[in-house]
Design a protein around this ligand. Sequence first.
Ligand SMILES: Nc1ncnc2c1ncn2[C@@H]1O[C@H](COP(=O)(O)OP(=O)(O)OP(=O)(O)O)[C@@H](O)[C@H]1O
Length: 246
Amino acid sequence: MIEAHGIGFHHPGGDWLFRGLTLTVPPGAVTCVMGPNGRGKTTLMRCLSGLLAPKEGFVVREEHVAHVPQASPSTFAFSVLDMVLMGRARSIGTFSRPRASDVRAARSALRRVGTLELAERPFTELSGGQRQLVLVARALCSGHRTLMLDEPASALDVRNQGALLRVSRELADEGYAVLMNTHHPDHAAWLADRAVLMHTDRVETGSAAELITGPALTELFALPVSTHTVPEGRGERVLVAPHYGS
Ligand SMILES: Nc1ncnc2c1ncn2[C@@H]1O[C@H](COP(=O)(O)OP(=O)(O)OP(=O)(O)O)[C@@H](O)[C@H]1O
């Protein structure tokens, strides 16, 4: 659980990205943050996880946060398994060797995101999408029950996007607090229980069902967006259709 009380942030010499923002990232739910490029989604996530200190207000965290950054190249050719084991650095200790239970947890996290067969490969040789999935496994392996994922699907093919969405849903159903920045309103419509819409002039927070609507997304992205309800499984699914123009 994370609670932000009236937080605000601006970079040195920059305008306020948000001010007076109060929101909760509750356990047992997925909260999706959406907004245009450069609006401040990553900055907000870094304030919530403790990587940045807000310039006003304060954040209450019940426990450590597992943060999955936007996929970035790694300089050192660690094996994928070692990369995931780094998620357990706090429990392993700086100069100790991982225990068998740590290795089991790392392999289990890799299996959960469908990348166990990559365990012995050097992380530097993976594709962008494979790296993203391994970084999610590293967060899972940490044992922390608050997960923050910064655009985790940006390099994934549609099958792996589906796998990531299903794992995120399962984790929330198991009681994790999941916060996800996404450029895919369709993903948010499928996954989110709660939403944070970072409009140009304000930030809205609330239930996903109320906030993720055609008119709200049209305003958010300054582009016509419609939503369509279609049958899926035993329920219904909201499809989001941006109208890119001709
Ligand atoms: N270290 C920094 N110093 C100064 N300005 C910064 C710094 N980091 C980010 N910014 C600026 O803050 C604003 C918000 O950046 P941020 O990365 O939070 O946006 P975002 O919504 O996550 O963007 P995107 O969707 O493109 O990833 C941008 O205008 C960016 O240029």
